[in-house]
Design a protein around this ligand. Structure first.
Ligand code: ZN
Length: 409
């Protein structure tokens, strides 16, 4: 019987659980030790630790305390792992809890988190997604249903002291270029809401003051939000500390490439069944700085797409030089305008792009001055025909405003 190394009680605060943490720091003690070749299970909170409720108001999204995220299960120590090794992680399986067959998608308010299209959608919105086995659908977004590709948004190993220092130094330098910006350019260490796992006393206080926030992806992987990092994948992580210290969380039932609404996937608590192994000295052997992975043999088969193009010319018509960020934003905005013609509100369309198995690609980065990004929208997830034809779009859905919360209400 496979041992569950971390159990979570969704009725209790994640702060009461000593087997989770919400900062990266080399001093966070291992919650258990396993051997290369061992398999084990980890249960995970949703990334906010249960702050978001299954209801029809977005006030919890508006008021979410983002300094608490992400609650990660671990770190798990692997015997024999040393800096310079590669930790091989097989995601053998991953799933939802019997007691919570739903997840949430949020559009963060510009004043609290923002998102990829925050200038266009500055207010908080929420959609609740119900799970039916493999599938998800939402009472807040009619006409769409799709198979989930469950994955951890966040997984990686503990940083070394030196690497942690590099992260904090370079992110502070960026933050300081515009410290008043809303949303912020980076999230600096913040002790008051830090949860340092089993670390106690002055050591915990010290680590909380310098522990890296879990928001960005970094060299160790971390919050990469790669929708294809799903069950059946094998991932190769750089190791920076003795024992490696593997942690994970931020489970997603499904997500579109880019996780564009920021609370962007269908977020949920759940469990993962993992197996670990080691490649000694693997970082140098293979020239690896960031993780690499092999895909799962299982994936939902959506083969028919409408593909939206975007170029690096912004909403004001200004020309940018090969800017993929702007090009992908235009592809997303083009898809949203298109979906509105079938009755969706802009926010509903935005949430579909954040949650459904949408593919985003960097298509061209050399044809000056325009980068070209593409967004692949699967047509089969809709229960009506979304392809263009001579008769024009049908009013397929009665779009209604998503649960919404204004700041000045
Ligand atoms: Zn997430």
């Amino acid at each position: 019987m496979t041992e569950t190394l971390v159990k979570v009680d969704l009725t209790k605060s994640a702060y009461e659980n000593e087997n989770v943490h919400n900062r990266w720091h080399p001093d966070i003690p291992m919650i258990a030790w396993v051997k290369p070749g061992d398999d084990f299970k980890l249960e995970c909170y949703d990334w906010t630790g249960g702050q978001i409720k299954n209801d029809d108001s977005a006030e919890d999204i508006r008021d979410v305390d983002l300094s608490q995220v992400h609650f990660l299960s671990g770190p798990v120590g692997v015997k024999g792992a040393e800096p310079g090794d590669l930790l091989v992680v097989d995601i053998l399986d991953i799933g939802v809890f019997e007691e919570q067959q739903w997840g949430f998608n949020g559009v963060f308010a510009k004043q609290n988190g923002g998102g990829f299209l925050t200038e266009h959608f500055p207010e908080a919105r929420k959609s609740i997604w119900d799970f039916e086995g493999l599938f998800a659908k939402s009472r807040h977004i009619p006409g769409v249903r799709f198979a989930g590709l469950i994955h951890p948004g966040l997984i990686g190993c503990l940083p070394s002291r030196q690497l942690l220092g590099e992260w904090n130094t370079r992110e502070k330098a960026l933050f300081d270029t515009d410290p008043e910006r809303v949303p912020g350019l980076a999230n600096m260490p913040y002790a008051p809401t830090a949860h340092m796992g089993r670390l106690q006393g002055d050591a915990a206080k010290q680590a909380a003051a310098e522990g890296a926030r879990t928001v960005p992806p970094r060299e160790h992987g971390g919050n990469c939000d790669i929708k294809d990092l799903s069950r059946g994948c094998r991932i190769f992580f750089p190791v920076y500390v003795d024992g490696a210290g593997l942690s994970m969380g931020d489970l997603h039932f499904s997500q579109g490439d880019g996780e564009i609404t920021f609370c962007g996937a269908i977020e949920m608590p759940g469990w993962a069944h993992l197996r670990v192994d080691l490649i000694k000295g693997g970082m140098a052997k293979y020239g690896i700085k960031n993780p690499i992975f092999q895909p799962s043999p299982i994936k939902p088969t959506y083969n028919d797409y409408l593909i939206f193009e975007g170029i690096s010319v912004d909403e004001q018509g200004k020309q940018h030089y090969l800017d993929v960020h702007i090009a992908y934003r235009q592809a997303c905005l083009n898809a949203i305008e298109y979906l509105k013609k079938f009755g969706y509100t802009g926010a509903q369309a935005y949430s579909i792009l954040g949650t459904a198995p949408v593919e985003g690609k960097v298509s061209g980065v050399v044809d000056v001055p325009n980068a070209c990004a593409t967004l692949f929208l699967p047509t089969e997830i809709f229960d009506f025909d979304i392809k263009p034809n001579a008769n024009g779009p049908i009013q397929a859905v009665q779009g209604s405003e998503l649960p919404i919360a204004f700041w000045n209400k």
